[in-house]
Design a protein around this ligand. Structure first.
Ligand code: ANZ
Ligand code: ZN
Length: 875
């Protein structure tokens, strides 16, 4: 058969593959919206991109063949730091830099054989897009969900500039000036994501079995609902009762065991006392400085507030409790105050042991009534006999009873959330301008919708500008107030790029709409049916998107919200693809990472006498010299083999260890398929009516056709339900081997064999579109291309049709029947049938008696189509 040049095949089929037929608009087609997270235009596609877009392209081709109206768009997450840094460091224009990168990456996409709906392309840094990001901001503002508040930023006192967290070193110094970074209060914009905290948490249930459990758990934690109580403790300073300190606790059932109060170093009481107590002031300062340092040991640092005591409101007559300032109490959570219960909380126990050594520990919760108390028993249980009227109550019951008993004055139930509002102001240049102006007379005023977009000024030299670079662009900053027409100034911050990406998947349904984010009618394409991307976005991007989707639903922009059962969730099914790790060579004794040129041709380390390098697979990085350029792999092996390799090497959610040598396995497979296709065509075996129903006559034909149907069913389910794409490849190679192994006299006629081969090519098409198209053109000259054909339907009759599963086999030893056994028919038709029967026979009493050991069999004969096997035994 003629040899195939795979890169040439890519080129031959490229234009056909890149322009899939436009989705038919017929009503009966079900839509399928498949989306892979859009990339940052860094300029080069890396292995992670190759992997994610291979998955989404394969699945979108499958869905198209299945007859869905497929939406598979692509865009660019194009605002953000790298362009800004290029502008600052190299003086290049951020927009130009971004546009060039986009053009380069588009060319690389073409080489990958992926088909996107380029007609829907969007770029977040384009005014066509960000005008609507600004519109979204105005809508949030009008709904009371965007507000300004003071918040701390990292401030570089030398460069006079705000720094992003990632620009502050581990020791708290500026990456540029080296100055110790200060915290400075700035008024900044927040989006009120907490208004949706309840549904963001509860609707995670809707996503059960659709999103990876790990991602749901991370979101649940991040939102962090804690049900508990607030309890108020009367506090006396130097014997004078003066105020109450409120704590938040999830375990009010342990109140009898409270032995101290602990306050955060920024608690008003601590701050007040520190003003007149130098030692306390030093403790507070040290605690603030150690914030950046490692949290180990921090849990135990405490400072007893002299002369301060607290009374347990439940036990007014009991001895008063000491009060501490403590590092482990967080200022931003609950009340910034904790009731310490050493008997039932691990951190409290450690703190108590360090700060009040030798003092006893109260145990007030027992594992069960009458049981002995355990050391630091943290679970729920039963209240001990020391708990007065509550003794014997279960924790949950006691929590209610104690809050009731304390009454409104001393306690109330309280649900606490960990989620904080979303700080979206960035003191940066390359982002969506915040569409607000500041007027001395009117205050903060929103830009009128009809005046959008607030254009980002371009051609600005932002080199060396501190703070918000936009603040220095005077002709841009100075404007008129939309309300009074007087002089006003624009807000000079830009939005967090996560705002841009929080709604892009909705823009794709109506990307050219100039008037609104998207029309109501176009939302029938929502939600995204399948979203594929990196697990690093498990929290922020996915949570922000869920928030914005819920907002746009409740504000009437997405009226259906995807139907009642969907709860306005933007991404129905989520696949988080694993990372691609590179083959990494290290010197076994020095630990140095080796470059390819450090290795000799035989794989040992060059310049040594045969020292073997250590080989591991690790995250690709320049310093490890283990990066692989997908474009180079594609140029060598072709896009299809590269795609099949990517899919075959690991399950989609697992780490993929990139070992290019293994592509030969895929090449060999393709070669076999090509051999089958070309010999079939050459032998003139193409039936006159290739679409006629398959009629399998012989048992061998029935068996083969049935196997094809079993595989078709499996592959279909892998493409549409389980997403086990690596098993698709192994199933298809298995079928290839079956077809390859068919012997001329095995009872399978040309007709059935042809149809089996054709089904194989069909199933390969989503994975290897160019190669399958070529095979199809050979098998069916003149017919419509395979990618435009429907997905084959499973021949249910063949699947369920009776093919003998088990046959009775007479086992002879030296010509005498010694046992009749039931064996699997399929095994008897395959190679190794005699070994299979012998194995089974030796496991029986007769086998032991008449043969004994395997080594005694000198010859075996399978006869009667597997119904008789004779073993000749040596003397
Ligand atoms: C007494 C107690 C006894 C607690 C016990 C736990 C176990 P979650 O579940 O994360 O919401 N806490 C409250 N505010 C705090 C703060 N600002 N900084 C550090 N810790 C704080 O945690 C709630 C629990 O964390 C609260 O319940 C409180 O300790 C502590 F056997 O109160 B607990
Ligand atoms: Zn005004």
């Amino acid at each position: 058969s003629p040899k195939l040049d795979f890169p040439a095949l890519d080129a031959k089929w490229r234009s056909h593959l890149q322009h899939p037929p436009p989705p038919s608009t017929s009503e009966d087609k079900k839509k399928f919206y498949i989306l892979s997270m859009f990339p940052y235009p860094s300029g080069t596609l890396h292995m992670g991109h190759l992997r994610v877009y291979t998955i989404s392209d394969t699945l979108s081709r499958f869905r198209r063949m299945q007859g869905h109206h497929v939406l598979h768009p692509m865009g660019w997450d194009a605002f953000g730091l790298p362009a800004e840094n290029a502008a600052i460091e190299r003086g290049v224009d951020a927009r130009l830099w971004t546009e060039q990168n986009i053009a380069a990456m588009k060319r690389q996409f073409e080489g990958m054989g992926v088909a996107f709906d380029w007609g829907r392309e969007l770029t977040t840094c384009s005014p066509d897009y960000y005008t609507h990001t600004q519109r979204l901001f105005l809508k949030l503002h009008a709904a009371g969900l965007a507000y300004r508040a003071e918040s701390l930023v990292n401030w570089d006192p030398v460069d006079q500039t705000v720094l992003a967290n990632e620009q502050v070193s581990a020791t708290g110094h500026s990456w540029r000036s080296g100055a110790l970074v200060e915290q400075k209060l700035l008024k900044q914009w927040f989006l009120k994501i907490t208004a949706y905290q309840e549904s963001l948490l509860d609707d995670l249930d809707v996503l059960k079995d659709l999103w990876p459990e790990r991602v749901r758990a991370q979101q649940r934690n991040w939102i962090g609902r804690s049900r508990g109580a607030e309890v108020r403790f009367p506090v006396a300073v130097d014997g004078a009762a003066e105020q109450t300190v409120q704590v938040f606790t999830t375990r009010v059932d342990t109140l009898h065991g409270a032995q101290y109060l602990a306050l955060s170093t920024s608690h008003p009481l601590v701050q007040r006392l520190a003003a007149t107590n130098a030692a306390l002031a030093r403790f507070v300062k040290a605690a603030e400085e150690s914030k950046a340092a490692s949290p180990d040991g921090k849990a135990k640092h405490g400072f007893r507030l002299p002369g301060v005591t607290a009374t347990n409101p439940l036990l007014p007559g009991a001895p008063p409790l000491p009060v501490f300032a403590a590092e482990y109490v967080l200022e931003g959570y609950g009340e910034g105050a904790v009731m310490g219960v050493p008997g039932h909380d691990v951190r409290d126990a450690a703190f108590w042991a360090q700060n009040c050594p030798g003092e006893g520990v109260k145990t007030v919760i027992l594992p069960s009534a009458g049981a002995a108390g355990a050391e630091v028993f943290t679970a729920h249980g039963v209240l001990s006999g020391d708990c007065g009227e509550f003794a014997g109550m279960a924790s949950a019951e006691a929590q209610k009873a104690i809050v009731d008993r304390l009454g409104e004055k001393w306690a109330n139930e309280k649900t606490q959330w960990r989620l904080r509002d979303w700080l979206v102001s960035r003191q940066r240049y390359w982002g969506t301008p915040i569409p607000m102006v500041h007027c001395d007379a009117c205050g903060v005023v929103s830009v009128k919708e009809e005046d959008l977009p607030v254009r980002l000024p371009e051609g600005v030299d932002i080199k060396g500008r501190g703070g918000s670079p936009l603040a220095a662009v005077e002709e841009w900053v100075n404007t008129t107030c939309p309300t009074c027409g007087g002089k006003a100034k624009r807000d000079t911050d830009t939005m967090d790029t996560f705002v841009d990406s929080s709604w892009y998947y909705m823009r794709f349904v109506d990307p050219h709409n100039e008037k609104e984010l998207f029309s109501k009618e176009s939302t029938s394409l929502l939600p995204v049916d399948l979203y594929i991307g990196g697990v690093e976005h498990a929290i922020l991007h996915l949570l922000y998107s869920r928030f914005i989707a819920k907002f746009l639903h409740s504000s009437g922009h997405w009226p259906s919200g995807g139907g009642a059962a969907n709860a306005a969730e933007p991404f129905r099914k989520l696949i988080t693809q694993g990372m691609v790790h590179g083959r990494t060579y290290t010197h076994p004794s020095t630990g140095k990472f080796l470059t390819p040129s450090d290795l000799a041709a035989d794989g040992t380390i060059a310049g040594t006498d045969g020292v073997q390098p250590t080989v591991t697979y690790e995250k690709m990085s320049k310093s490890k010299h283990n990066g692989v350029d997908p474009a180079a792999t594609i140029a060598t092996y072709g896009a299809d083999a590269t795609r099949a390799h990517v899919l075959f090497q690991a399950a989609v959610e697992d780490v993929l260890e990139w070992d290019e040598h293994r592509i030969v396995g895929i090449q060999r497979w393709f070669g076999r398929v090509w051999g089958l296709v070309s010999t079939t065509a050459a032998a003139g075996e193409v039936p006159s009516d290739p679409d006629a129903a398959v009629v399998a006559e012989t048992t061998a034909e029935k068996r083969l056709w049935r196997e094809v149907q079993v595989m078709l069913k499996e592959v279909t389910s892998s493409f549409s339900e389980t997403y086990a794409l690596n098993t698709v490849i192994s199933t298809l190679t298995k079928l290839t081997n079956t077809l390859h192994g068919l012997k001329p006299g095995a009872g399978v006629g040309a007709g059935v064999r042809y149809r089996a081969l054709e089904t194989l090519v069909h199933m390969m098409a989503p994975v290897a579109p160019a190669f399958a198209s070529e095979c199809w053109a050979v098998l069916r000259p003149g017919a419509a291309p395979v990618l435009q054909r429907g997905w084959p339907a499973v021949d249910v009759a063949a699947l369920e049709g009776v093919v003998e599963e088990r046959v009775r086999c007479a086992v002879q030893v030296d010509g005498k029947v010694r046992l009749v056994m039931e064996v699997e028919a399929e095994r008897m038709a395959a190679e190794g049938a005699a070994e299979y029967v012998l194995e089974r026979f030796l496991g029986t009493r007769e086998g032991g008696k008449w043969v004994g050991g395997r080594e005694r069999v000198v010859k075996s004969v399978v006869a009667g189509g597997g119904r008789v096997v004779n073993f000749v035994v040596g003397k």
